[in-house]
Design a protein around this ligand. Sequence first.
Ligand SMILES: Cc1ncc(COP(=O)(O)O)c(C=O)c1O
Length: 389
Amino acid sequence: MKFAKRMDVFGESIFTTLAKMRYERAQKGLEVIDLSIGAPNIPPHERIVNTLSKETLDRGNYIYAITDLPELQDAVVEWYQRRYGVTLDPRTEVTSMLGSQEGLSHLALTLVDPGDIVLVPNPCYPIFRDGALLAGAKIVDMPLKKENNYVIDLDAIAEDDAKAAKLMIVSYPNNPTCGVAPVEFYEELVKFAKKYDIVVLHDNAYSELLFAGPGHSFLEFEGAKDIGVEFNSLSKTYGMAGARIGFMVGNSEIVSKYKTLKSNMDYGMFIPIQKAAISAIQGDQSIVLDTRNAYRHRRDLLVNGVREIGWDIDLPEGSMFVWAKIPDHYKDSESFTYDLFEKTGVLVVPGNAFGSEGEGFVRMALVQDDDTIKHMIEVMDQSNIFKAK
Ligand SMILES: Cc1ncc(COP(=O)(O)O)c(C=O)c1O
């Protein structure tokens, strides 16, 4: 059978290899401690679950939703006002996505013709790149360097690339590097995007998982709405990853074009999920604080734990990940990942899976509970893996 060339974008990835490794080890009855995929395991608050179950029992809710419920759009507007001080028009500047992953897969289709340039961070969350590639884009990397705290250096973008670029994808707090951008970066970003007439997609999946203080919205910055949109997700903040819902907010022309595309692709979101989202973002938000504290505690256990046994890594300021430089006695991220797994059953992602600039690092997702993290540190300690050979 002859499949389309665009499917080459999804060639066998390291994630498939990691899944095989996990399976084979588990088959042998050996322990696996999986920190590879960022699948959140902090369950949603019971008020969200109660709303979802009640609405699911209502047989009237099984129609095609087609559009977002106006009360959902209103709830998002109220949330953005309360949380970020950003004013949005509920009917033209807000739309739901079937998870931000869906928007990340499709938005480029509305903006990019084959061969157009899209500026993408390297390393990055893989769909940033893949979504643009599916639309036929030519990718130009924006390297995220440790010495710049993983903040994009806008001055390093070649003038010709900036002039030709249609879209740039930016995301802080960042996955996988855990970098956090200062306010000055966002101010410069808006100026840069206006100067070169580039649409900005700011993915804000981890704004609530910033440990030092509240995270920002890109739309807080003057002029941002003229040139961009922000994606926000209920997956991590409210533990709703499986009940797929995220939002695109911002520039009305971009939102409108995306809605046109979607109206031809899907028939809207299951109404009970829309109602559960309303109950998540309205009402008592201490549930978000509880989630943030749980991730912070895991982060502290993991980072302090591995430091004590000889692996000196950075303490991330935000996100649900730890981005760690590999020990000096390993030649690259993959050899460290494989050796760590063989000796301990701890599964991490080699940094090069996120792009060439990720080489020399591994990503660990904070998706195991406190006891498992403590146990993992003991297992790692016994393996002597951090003792130089
Ligand atoms: C940066 C980033 N954006 C988007 C997503 C996907 O989120 P959603 O569950 O809303 O599709 C993830 C998931 O890990 C992510 O890390």
